[in-house]
Design a protein around this ligand. Structure first.
Ligand SMILES: CC(C)(COP(=O)(O)OP(=O)(O)OC[C@H]1O[C@@H](n2cnc3c(N)ncnc32)[C@H](O)[C@@H]1OP(=O)(O)O)[C@@H](O)C(=O)NCCC(=O)NCCS
Length: 145
């Protein structure tokens, strides 16, 4: 059976209202990230991954910067642990490979480190605080398929 959702890559221009709704629910309301930290100038230059349920609900997102930094991975609470996050990461990693990036990195919330370990990311450096939560940098060397 196929997934009960789809993932596509979109520009900020095309996806903004749906991407905003997910990040408001997950980062701002659930995790308490201040609005002024959530929104930045990089959204405009990122490629965004957007997951939609089969009924068209926005259920997850993530983004990749032109320098290979992946971030803002979020899945709406009722949809967690159903591989939506995995599908978002795979779409962003495919995009990175198609751009011939040799490495990507994330600033992982420490609670989410096991999620990134699944893709082969390795922890580098020391923990640091961002938006009031402990984070750690993780990198992944990409092999071209
Ligand atoms: C982290 C997040 C994106 C994962 O999305 P998801 O759709 O629930 O993840 P998946 O179902 O694809 O999980 C894949 C694997 O990662 C593990 N995993 C997922 N989230 C995890 C977490 N927070 N901590 C530990 N393991 C986690 C799952 O157990 C699963 O492992 P398995 O394959 O051995 O069963 C989601 O929990 C979320 O949006 N959290 C709130 C926002 C957040 O923390 N974002 C990350 C910021 S760095």
């Amino acid at each position: 059976m196929g997934n009960p959702f789809t993932v596509s890559l979109v520009s900020w221009h095309d996806g903004e209202p749906l991407l905003r709704a997910i990040r408001e629910a997950v980062f701002i309301r659930e995790q308490g990230v201040p609005e002024e930290l959530e929104w930045d100038e990089f959204d405009e230059v990122c490629r965004h991954a957007l997951a939609l349920s089969l009924s068209g609900e926005a259920i997850g997102c993530g983004r990749i910067l032109p320098n290979g930094h992946i971030g803002r991975i979020a899945v709406m609470q009722p949809w967690r642990n159903q591989k939506v996050g995995t599908a978002l990461m795979e779409a962003l990693l495919d995009e990175a490979r198609s751009r011939k990036y040799q490495q990507v990195d994330v600033d992982a919330q420490v609670q989410a480190v096991p999620f990134y370990l699944n893709f082969g990311f390795a922890v580098v450096g020391e923990q640091f605080m961002d938006a009031g939560m402990p984070h750690i940098k993780m990198t992944l060397e990409l092999k071209q398929r």
